[in-house]
Design a binder for this molecule. Structure first.
Ligand code: FES
Length: 76
């Protein structure tokens, strides 16, 4: 059975942001929409240090943010 590709993929970047690929609508707590480029991926801050939240501004590298996460792989 062929597995269908999702429209949106969120990648947890090692010691960095969430990289969101695909057509997304990003809204704030009140539902107000952020302007998001549709052609490229969007990088969302995971470290909490960005001065441009919710977007990553590279602060994770300057502050030494370190986090590596891996999804559990099914046993074979
Ligand atoms: S993950 Fe890049 S500034 Fe926070």
């Amino acid at each position: 059975m062929e597995q269908q590709q999702p429209e949106v993929v969120v990648k947890v970047v090692n010691s960095g942001p969430y990289q969101v690929k695909g057509p997304v609508k990003l809204v704030d707590h009140d539902g107000q929409e952020y302007e998001v480029p549709q052609r490229r991926s969007v990088l969302l801050c995971r470290c909490g240090q960005s001065q441009n939240k919710p977007f990553c501004d590279g602060a994770h590298a300057r502050t030494g943010f370190s986090a590596e996460a891996r999804a559990e792989r099914p046993a074979t």
